[in-house]
Design a protein around this ligand. Structure first.
Ligand code: ATP
Ligand code: MG
Length: 366
């Protein structure tokens, strides 16, 4: 899928802006603070009706009261007009001028994969950041997963409250803890299986992308690390006494992690800044392929400030990859100084200055 034309009204530092994007590579170039990330955020918001980094009211241009992003999305089968709007009292989304009664009816029409410097938490952050990554992706493409996750969180909270009461000897309800343990295991087991399957597939593909980007022969591996081995229900039953003593559920999907290694060393401690960035980038590239498989249409790839910390060779390899993949990609950068002319000529280049975007006229090889 591709965005043809996008219009921003009172969005962040854009008062009124219409941009016609190219089918393949699009570069958004500008100095710090001019509005590059804001533009990518608008595309993200159009897809998910919320930002990845700020509450809704921050999206509205200072004192404007109402903010709107609309676009024509071209999918394999049709063109869809999408609109999202934010005001001080709420938000709304519509497709083909029909307003969506529930946001869940709207989310999923436009698929984006976003790379931002914040994604480094996937390597540098804690287990919760990594679990959140999985939950966001699987939650978007698998309604059963989302349902199991919601149920699991709800039951976990109940179980922990009960364990706390049992720890404090206020209650000793063996039947209730057994029932709740069983329910938790039903949903937890499904989460573990799907997460593992997803990470196995994603990591295998990311490994190939990393290899392509670096061309160094160092192997990057990702693994889902469950906090329990074996059957979840059995493990939970076996550990009930320990759970009562600590007043909480110590094992399960809420304690699992993903391990990323480079050359058999933990990436967080071993890989350089640039290498960590390339690992995350490889994961995002793999995610694009994953969405293409599942949704039978290519997602739109948004890359914020991806070139910093990458040497010229890696930057050009990435561009080469994107040109070949055929995804529509929107890439922000402060400059394209290291990018080969031949690649730049195959892209649309936009300059952004103080919340105003203008397409740069191409001058061939000169
Ligand atoms: N709601 C808003 N209304 C008006 N201006 C805003 C709003 N939110 C953010 N801005 C402004 O938008 C400007 C541009 O932000 P943006 O993050 O897009 O810059 P950038 O071009 O990505 O810069 P960098 O290269 O540093 O990443 C900031 O200077 C900020 O003050
Ligand atoms: Mg930025």
């Amino acid at each position: 899928m591709r965005i043809k034309t996008i219009a921003l009204t009172n969005f962040r530092n854009y008062r009124k802006q219409i941009v016609t994007l190219g089918q393949g590579l699009n570069f958004i170039i500008g100095a710090n603070g001019e509005g590059k990330t804001n533009f990518l955020e608008a595309l993200y918001v159009l897809s998910l009706v919320k930002s990845y980094k700020a509450p809704d009211h921050d999206l509205i241009l200072n004192d404007a009261g109402l903010s709107r992003v609309s676009a024509i999305l071209e999918t394999k089968t049709q063109n869809i007009e999408l609109t999202v709007a934010f005001s001080e009292i709420g938000k709304a989304a519509s497709f083909n001028r029909q307003s969506a009664d529930r946001l869940s009816d709207y989310i999923g029409i436009m698929n984006v994969v976003l790379f931002t410097p914040d994604d480094m938490t996937l390597i540098k952050g804690g287990p919760a950041d990594r679990r959140y990554f999985i939950d966001v992706v699987l939650g978007q493409i698998d309604k059963d997963y989302l349902n199991d996750l919601t149920q699991f969180k709800h039951i976990l909270k109940q179980r922990n409250e009960l364990l706390k009461q049992m720890q404090e000897k206020k209650v000793n309800d063996q039947t209730f803890i057994d029932v709740i343990t069983e329910q938790l295991a039903i949903h937890g087991e499904k989460l573990i299986v799907k997460r593992k399957e997803f990470i196995d597939k994603l990591a295998q593909s990311a490994r190939e992308k990393y290899d392509y980007l670096t061309n160094k022969g160092e192997v990057m591996i990702g693994k889902y690390i469950p906090s329990i081995k074996g059957d979840y229900l059995q493990e939970l039953r076996g550990r009930i006494t320990a759970d009562i003593v600590s007043g909480t559920t110590n094992f399960g999907p809420h304690r699992d992690d993903i391990e990323w290694t480079l050359a058999e060393q933990t990436a967080k401690f071993y890989a350089s800044q640039g290498e960590q960035r390339m690992i995350v980038l490889s994961i995002c590239m793999a995610l694009c392929d994953y969405y293409t498989d599942v949704k039978a249409d290519q997602p739109i790839f948004l890359l914020d400030d991806v070139f910093s910390e990458l040497d010229a060779e890696k930057q050009n390899r990435l561009i080469q990859y994107l040109l070949k993949s055929g995804n529509q990609a929107i890439i922000t950068a402060t400059s394209l100084i290291d990018i080969a002319h031949n690649y730049k000529n195959q892209a649309k280049i936009f300059q952004v200055i103080k919340g105003s975007i203008r397409e740069e006229q191409q001058h061939g090889q000169s």
